[in-house]
Design a protein. Sequence first.
Length: 162
Amino acid sequence: MTIQTGDRLPEATFATMTADGPAPMTTAEAFGGKTVAVFAVPGAFTPTCHLNHLPSFMAQADTLRAKGAEKTYCISVNDPFVLGAWADATASADDITMLADGSGVFTKAIGMELDLTERGLGIRSKRYAMLVEDGVVKTLLVEDNPGEAVKSTADALLAAIG
């Protein structure tokens, strides 16, 4: 079942890249007691993700904070090494924390898996953005087409949360 506005995020463990290598971060640690902006991408370094989606959140990082988002997370069904390299290549680490959902456990649990096997990418995440307060989804924006970043950009999320 696909997650909806008002639903609580399921328990899962992500991986984040640190100076000492990958480190686990649970849903409770990531979202508990915080207001968080989240966006998910089908894959690091893929054209729309790299050229449109991530840059929209980098450009609006200060505005998201001003609207109450204490953190901004990017979730992808990639390993933490790839997401760490993507953060380094884009200089996004100061504003965005990359959460690797390497096996897609969280993505499947919220019903956002996307089968891109025919394109050689396997199971990935749909493209979406959401505002989460203390683990509860307050706003959810899902793209109809994974090759577009229109409904789930930082500007769209800011417009939705007012």
